[in-house]
Design a binder for this molecule. Structure first.
Ligand code: CP
Length: 320
């Protein structure tokens, strides 16, 4: 188990907001609520303060991203900050430079916040121990993706008016999903009941005990009466052929579609963190249906990431 950076000793010296956002595990409910409240204001059109004026945010993405990286960069600029981007494929990483040396190099150019995505669980926490800057985890291996969970929670709260007492079914390739892990922890923290559902080969071992969720091996049972159903991407790049007979078999048993979701509670919501494999884990027509909040999730992403960067920036040292 990775240590949490939301522990008191990781708080800013003034005792305010924590210095890093590395995981939902260990996050105080008050800090989650503060992020959601500010994200809600930004999403409603409230102006972003110039918290990051004179500061720079480094986005260091060692795995592919469309939504997370661009939304952090939009958010940083909206708060008046500069953006530095490390793109490993066209950087000195290709010459053998390590993660730490790469980030320290850009920190020396003035990066005050490092937003990192990496295939290794624990990469963000590792950096947080080694660099002066604040670190935000933008997805580390199958460990956590905290800002995805926060934007999902905000999306649900805006659509359904609350989180407390809802039932959230997280379905599909749970085993490889950092979104599922962060989501389960945050929805539970905010008072929802969480279900995990997937083929036995794609469920984490001892999931019920580890995450405090109900575990289902049949999709129809998992979605019955749920207020929110989240489909997860089949992470083909991590399957290596060992977990599923074929994608066609998977789609037959596990694809979310309008017929199956007729069992949902009235006003229920469909989420997907993206990118979607249309026709595999979600029917294209469902992804585009009124009950789908996929693009609302994307919009909430900019607001939530701005809230996180603002709160980290406000808690951090003044710009040098
Ligand atoms: N949901 C998510 O993390 O999307 P990206 O991989 O496009 O950033």
């Amino acid at each position: 188990m990775l240590a949490s950076a939301w522990s008191p000793e990781a708080r800013a010296p003034a005792g305010g907001f924590p210095k890093h956002l590395l995981a939902i595990e260990g996050l105080a409910r008050a800090d989650a609520e503060a992020i959601l409240a500010l994200g809600e204001r930004f999403l409603a059109g409230g102006p972003m303060p110039p918290t990051l004026r004179g500061r720079a945010v480094l986005t260091a993405f060692f795995e592919a991203s469309t939504r997370t990286r661009t939304s952090f960069e939009m958010a940083a600029r909206g708060l008046g900050g500069q953006v530095l981007s490390l793109t490993p494929a066209v950087s000195s990483v290709t010459k053998g430079e390590t993660l730490l040396d790469s980030v320290r190099t850009l920190e020396a150019m003035g990066a005050d916040v490092v937003v990192v995505r990496h295939a290794s669980s624990g990469a963000a926490e590792f950096l947080a121990r080694k660099v002066r800057a604040s670190v935000v985890n933008a997805g580390d291996g199958a460990h956590e993706h905290p800002t995805q969970a926060l934007l999902d929670a905000l999306t649900v709260r805006r659509r359904l008016g609350r989180l407390e007492g809802l039932t959230v079914a997280i379905c599909g390739d749970v085993l490889h999903s950092r979104v599922a892990r962060s989501g389960a922890r945050l929805f539970a923290l905010l008072g929802a009941r969480v279900r995990f559902c997937g083929p036995p080969t794609l469920l984490p071992p001892a999931a019920a005990e580890a995450f405090g969720v109900e575990v289902f091996e049949r999709l129809d049972a998992a979605v019955a009466g749920a207020d929110v159903v989240m489909g997860l991407r089949v992470q083909r790049e991590r399957l290596a052929g060992a977990f599923l007979p074929s994608l066609e078999d998977y789609a037959r048993g596990w694809r979310l579609d309008r017929e199956r979701l007729a069992r949902l509670a009235p006003r229920a919501l469909v989420l997907h963190p993206g990118p979607m494999n249309r026709g595999v884990e979600i029917e294209g027509a469902l992804a585009d249906a009124p009950e789908s909040a996929v693009l609302e999730q994307v919009r909430a992403g900019v607001a939530v990431r701005a809230a996180v960067l603002h709160l980290l920036g406000a808690a951090g040292a003044p710009p040098s």
